[in-house]
Unconditional design. Sequence first.
Length: 322
Amino acid sequence: MFGISTWRALRNRGVLGINQRNCDLVLKYNDRHLYPLVDDKLLTKERAMASGIRVPELYGVVSTEQGISELGQLLSAHSDFVIKPAQGAGGDGVLVVNDRFEGMYRASGGKLLSLEDLEFHISSMLSGVYSLGGHRDRALIEYRVKPDPVFSAISFEGVPDIRVIVLRGYPVLAMLRLPTRQSNGKANLHQGAIGVGVDIATGQTLGGTWHNMKIQRHPDTANPVSGVQLPNWNEFLQLSSVCYELTGLGYLGVDLVLDETLGPMILELNARPGLNIQIANDVGLMSRVKQVEHHLASTRLPYGGETPMQRVRWSQAAFFKE
């Protein structure tokens, strides 16, 4: 338990807890009727594609038990793919298939699955096992991202992703999430992935956090996680910024990936992003939120008063880490 002095010190640094996040950010900036745009990955993907924003290609959607019977035909054109619940959270239910072997499907980690195994997994998705609130769901089948080689020394299997916290279109904090052996190749912190702070201005990685502990090296590769320059950084930030116009949500977590051939892509959005990103960056989220709020108040900019590129440039200048 934290003592009162520790709590005050954290608050003075602008470090947010869940309750304050919900009151001062989620409720203040996010209209509840807009949540389905990010809670349903299919709606997010469809809106992004309609706006010309790059996302992993959608191969198909299974929404009924009858649709499961057509799964084999749907997958016949693809040797690798990802199956995920449309309304899942935290990576639960996501199944990554890397290739095929003798009529079987080889999942990440090497396990061989039959078509019947995939059908059973999708049936569980449809019944709501992995969805928010346990509601009936749909299964998305999409392109499997191939991570850029820049991550090869600091990631264990899987696909690293980049989380950017955006306030009214201004990127305020960024974190690289690296899969580990413990997380089974998934980039979800609660499953054992690493969070690594990223300098908003430059796209260079900082220190890391693992199970809320500060770390400097990846536990599986033993390589330093800091000092890595992320390619296409400005494009990552601009993709994050434009999600404000895409959804209308003022407080947003944008998850992106870097494909080795296709470049940066938006993976999914989150209206209630977690707070471990503060530990990874050693920066309180509220301190940066207040800077953006002061900028908006002093300039009296209306909605859409600055372009995504202008917002990105302002954030890079304001949040440069010495």
